[in-house]
Design a protein around this ligand. Structure first.
Ligand SMILES: Cc1cc2nc3c(=O)[nH]c(=O)nc-3n(C[C@H](O)[C@H](O)[C@H](O)COP(=O)(O)OP(=O)(O)OC[C@H]3O[C@@H](n4cnc5c(N)ncnc54)[C@H](O)[C@@H]3O)c2cc1C
Length: 254
């Protein structure tokens, strides 16, 4: 493996509590859930693919007070949340808001289920943030690849690279899921989510700019392994392609 991807951390890990202030269905399968208020006053976002772990407690769960990272951990044997990772899609320190973009993939996952039924005032509890990907400013071009779970990160990475040469490939269900981003949309068109076929076909057919790209990729685990092989076949150095697993087909958790 090559050297670690460069990552920036703006602040230590902490447990945050904030109410939902807004919900918007940005596409049929994507809900943007905004949280705000004094609970995130001192949140300092680092951008790009920065993410947090949502703690999804059962409704009515009796939580320790004060609820901190430490008390939540001590209480885990009695009251254990579902833990799921989500990207900070946007942090606005002036409005004091954070957006999360949830893929609504059905009722079988607690996070997708929660996002489908969320309403203003619901409390969101999350732990983090993670360090953030720091794209190599000297790279001749940037290759960004993912399915819709990676779309919040890809949008944020693109905003961090104004003027850079970027080729981004994002797999989505169909045209209704497209957002206002300059990427190559790869439609599944009926192929189930988590199959490697759509991205593999799109990448195999793509013409890439010259030079060694900085590569960022994330999505379903096996699909990402297949993506890695295609990129290596196309001449990209294996060590520079280290996709992140954002979910695993048939497995709960992230
Ligand atoms: C660093 C990181 C950042 C992430 N950022 C985001 C983000 O911003 N937005 C986002 O929507 N997701 C994001 N994810 C992915 C998300 O955490 C997973 O999709 C998670 O499994 C969803 O939890 P769940 O409770 O809904 O489903 P789970 O209980 O985890 O899974 C239940 C079933 O659903 C399947 N499943 C899980 N996710 C999907 C999916 N997307 N499509 C189809 N089937 C699925 C599983 O294979 C399993 O069979 C991120 C993951 C990581 C690691």
């Amino acid at each position: 493996m090559s050297t670690e991807r460069r990552r920036a951390r703006r602040q230590p890990t902490k447990l945050w509590r904030a109410p939902v202030t807004r919900i918007e269905r940005i596409t049929p399968r994507m809900a943007r859930i905004t949280v705000g208020g004094p609970g995130i006053d001192d949140f300092a976002g680092a951008g790009t693919d920065e993410n947090v772990m949502l703690y999804l407690y059962e409704p009515g769960a009796v939580l320790p007070e004060p609820l901190t990272l430490e008390t939540a951990r001590v209480a885990m044997s009695q009251v254990r949340p579902y833990m799921r990772t989500y990207t900070i899609s946007r942090h606005d320190p002036v409005a004091n808001e954070i957006d999360f973009d949830f893929v609504l993939h059905g009722d079988h996952g607690p996070a997708s289920r929660w996002a489908t039924g969320a309403k203003p005032g619901d409390e969101v509890i999350f732990v983090g943030p993670s360090p953030a990907y720091q794209p190599d400013a000297d790279a001749p071009w940037h290759l960004l690849i993912g399915d819709e779970t990676a779309l919040p990160a890809i949008g944020s990475i693109m905003r961090a690279l104004p003027g850079a040469t970027i080729r981004a490939f994002v797999e989505i269900e169909d045209a209704a899921e497209q957002q206002d981003l300059d990427v190559t949309w790869v439609h599944r068109n009926g192929v189930p989510a988590g199959s490697s076929e759509p991205l593999v076909n799109a990448l195999s057919a793509a013409e890439f700019p010259d030079g060694k790209p900085a590569v960022w990729a994330a999505g379903e685990r096996q699909a990402m392994q297949a993506v890695r092989e295609v990129l290596v076949d196309k001449g990209i150095d294996r060590a520079s392609v280290r996709p992140a697993t954002y979910w695993r087909l048939g497995h709960a958790g992230s």
